[in-house]
Design a protein around this ligand. Structure first.
Ligand code: FAD
Length: 398
C-alpha cells in the first residue's frame, strides 16, 4: 500500500521497490533459502533498480519541501519494500552493508570517498562479547604507519562476500569503552581470513561468517574517523566511542524497517490465502459482526502501522539532524517484536498452509527472528529506552 503521509517521490520509491521485491526477489526466495551459501546471482538487477531510484529521489524537490534531506527515510522505505520481498536476499544484495552506514556516519571525507561505495560489513560481536559490545577483546596496536589487528569476530553478516569489514577493536582493554575504535580492513589483507560460515534458522540467502585477524596489518589511515588519542585525550576518546555507538541510531531504523516489510508480507500472504476461502476485511463493520480472525488480523495491522510510523519518525529525525537514540530503539523494539508476532500468528492462522513449504509463511517466521536480535536485541533496545526516559547512564542501569 502507498503510504499517504509520504511525499510523492518517496511514494514512487515505495512502488518501484515493491515491484522489484515482487518480481526479482520473491521468485527466487525459496531457491536461496534451500541453497544456503550460494551467492544469488540474480541480484544484480535489483542493484540497478535501487541505484536508479536513489538518484531520482534523494534531493528531489518534493522531499526537500518537507525539510527532509531524505537519505535515511528513503533507505527505510526501500528496505521495508525489499524485505516485503525477502529479508535474506536483501541482505545478500551486493552493495551496501551495515559497515557502509558506519563509514558514512563517522568516516572522514577521504574514507567516505575511498570506501563509501565498497560493500562493507560490520564486525563487532565476539565469542565473549555480544550485547555487551564494550567488552570486546580484539586489539589494535599502532606500529609505525600501520595498525596491527588481532582477534576473532563471529556472526558477521556478509562477512564472506563483502569487499571490506569495519572492525571494532580496543587500543587498550584496561581503559574500557573509551579505548574502542573501528577500523576498515580490506578483503585479501594478509592475516585476515574467513574461518567458517554459519548454517542458520533463517535469512539463509545471506552469509554469516567468523573472521580471524592474525597480526593483520592495515594502513594507519584506516582508523575510522581518524581519532587515535586515548591516554592523552580522554574527552576525544569518549567522543570517538560515542561516534561508533551513534552508528546504531542510523542502522536501527533500517533493521526496524526490514521487520515492518516482513510483517506486511506475512499479513498480505495470509489474507490472500484466506481470500481463497471467502475471507474479506471487516473494516467499518461493528465488533459484534467481526469473526475472530478478522479481529485478530486487524489488531495486528494496527500494531504494524504504529511501528511503521515510529520507525519513519526515527529516520526522519536522523535526516533532520535531531538526536534520535530513544526513537531508534523504540522503533527497533516495537518493529522487531511485532514482526515476530505477526509472522508466527500468520503461520497459526493458516495452520497447514502456514506450516507448509508450499508457501512462504513458515520462511517469514524463521527470517523474522533475527530482526529482533541483531543491531541490539529486544531487551537491549528496552534498556536503552529506559535509560533515556529515566535519565540514567549505562553504568546506572545495566
Ligand atoms: C544471523 C546473525 C547475524 C548477525 N550479524 C552480525 C553482524 O553483522 N555484525 C555483528 O557484529 N554481529 C552480528 N550478529 C551478532 C548479534 O548482534 C548478537 O547475536 C546480538 O548482539 C546478541 O549478542 P549474543 O548473541 O552474544 O547474546 P547475549 O548478549 O549473550 O544475550 C543473550 C540474551 O540475554 C539478553 N541480554 C543481554 N544483556 C542483557 C541485559 N543487560 N539486560 C537484559 N537482557 C540482556 C539478550 O537480549 C539475549 O536475549 C549477528 C547474529 C546473528 C544471529
Amino acid at each position: 500500500m502507498i503510504h499517504p503521509l509520504l511525499p510523492n517521490q518517496l511514494q514512487k520509491t515505495q512502488e518501484t521497490m515493491r515491484m522489484a521485491a515482487e518480481f526479482i526477489l520473491r521468485p527466487i526466495s525459496r531457491k536461496y533459502d534451500k541453497a544456503e551459501h550460494e551467492p544469488p546471482v540474480e541480484m544484480e538487477q535489483l542493484n540497478q533498480a535501487a541505484a536508479a531510484q536513489k538518484e531520482s529521489t534523494v534531493g528531489d524537490d518534493s522531499v526537500k519541501s518537507m525539510d527532509l534531506k531524505g537519505r535515511n527515510l528513503w533507505a527505510v522505505i526501500s528496505l521495508e519494500q525489499m524485505c516485503w520481498g525477502d529479508v535474506g536476499l536483501f541482505l545478500a544484495r551486493p552493495g551496501t552493508g551495515l559497515g557502509n552506514a558506519a563509514i558514512m556516519a563517522v568516516g572522514n571525507p577521504d574514507q567516505k570517498s575511498q570506501w563509501g561505495k565498497r560493500w562493507a560489513s560490520m564486525a563487532i560481536t565476539e565469542p565473549a562479547a555480544g550485547s555487551d559490545s564494550k567488552n570486546i577483546s580484539t586489539t589494535a596496536v599502532l606500529d609505525g604507519d600501520e595498525w596491527v589487528i588481532n582477534g576473532e569476530k563471529i556472526y558477521v553478516t556478509d562477512g564472506d562476500r563483502c569487499d571490506c569489514v569495519v572492525v571494532w577493536a580496543t587500543l587498550n582493554k584496561a581503559l574500557g569503552k573509551t579505548a574502542i575504535r573501528s577500523f576498515i580492513v580490506e578483503k585479501g589483507t594478509p592475516g585476515f581470513s574467513v574461518a567458517r560460515l554459519e548454517k542458520k534458522l533463517g535469512i539463509r540467502a545471506s552469509d554469516t561468517a567468523t573472521l580471524i585477524f592474525d597480526n593483520c596489518r592495515i594502513p594507519r589511515e584506516n582508523l575510522l574517523g581518524g581519532k587515535e588519542e586515548v591516554e592523552t585525550d580522554i574527552d576525544a576518546a569518549k567522543k570517538s566511542f560515542g561516534g561508533a555507538m551513534q552508528t546504531f541510531d542510523n542502522t536501527r531504523p533500517m533493521v526496524a524497517g526490514m521487520a515492518i516489510g516482513l510483517g506486511q508480507a506475512a499479513l498480505d500472504m495470509t489474507k490472500a490465502l484466506l481470500a481463497e476461502e471467502g475471507y474479506e476485511d471487516s473494516y467499518g463493520t461493528s465488533m459484534g459482526q467481526q469473526t475472530a480472525i478478522q479481529y485478530e488480523l486487524e489488531m495486528l495491522e494496527a500494531e504494524l502501522e504504529a511501528a511503521r510510523l515510529l520507525v519513519y519518525k526515527s529516520a526522519w529525525m536522523m535526516d533532520n539532524k535531531m538526536p534520535n537514540s530513544k526513537e531508534a530503539s523504540m522503533g527497533k523494539a516495537k518493529a522487531g517484536r511485532i514482526g515476530n508476532k505477526i509472522s508466527l500468528k500468520c503461520v497459526e492462522i493458516c495452520s497447514m498452509q502456514g506450516f507448509s513449504e508450499d508457501h512462504l509463511l513458515e520462511k517469514f517466521s524463521r527470517d523474522s527472528k533475527i530482526l529482533d536480535i541483531f543491531e541490539g536485541t529486544q531487551q537491549i533496545q528496552q534498556l536503552i529506552v529506559a535509560r533515556q526516559v529515566l535519565g540514567k547512564s549505562s553504568a546506572e542501569l545495566k
